[in-house]
Ligand binder design. Sequence first.
Ligand code: GDP
Ligand code: MG
Length: 177
Amino acid sequence: QATDSVIDFTIKILLLGDSGVGKTSLLTRFAHDSFDEKVASTIGVDFAVKKLSVYDKRVKLTVWDTAGQEKFRTLTSTFYRGAKGIILVYDVSRPDTLRHLEEQWMRELELYGTEADAVRMVVANKVDVGDARRVSWHEGSDFARRHGCLFVETSAKTNIAVANAFEELVLKILETP
Ligand code: GDP
Ligand code: MG
């Protein structure tokens, strides 16, 4: 139907993971197509809005970033409420950040009772680091599969697969009844 093309879906997406894994850099790259070496650590929850066309639909994404509170584990239920997509980010040069996705961030999701139909994606960021890589593609994708998550490797710095990751997530959300 012709009117479908003017319908806007608004989809809330969360970025979660340890401090320093590159959440803000991924958001900046995706929303503004840029990368700042020094990302200001601001206080308070922040989000960016990005419009996409998917199939014949216009989709508005609100991507929520933790703006530093992840260090203090003071995220509140407002942050989690109504999210349809959850991006769990780790840094391929720091294996502890992958371990914490399981030990900390997935537990927080259970604790805050996020939407049962929320689509989850594990993002392995900083794949540009070369010899400093400590987590292989296999370890990451195995982890994601075991937890029923999509999996994408990215670099916010050199712009590898950042838009792809968000698009894949949105496609999956739109497919989920
Ligand atoms: P956040 O704490 O998860 O929001 O992480 P930031 O986005 O603040 O990034 C933390 C640090 O990692 C900063 O110094 C970034 O410049 C750097 N960084 C972020 N993404 C990448 C990446 O893809 N590759 C590399 N090499 N460094 C990155
Ligand atoms: Mg940040």
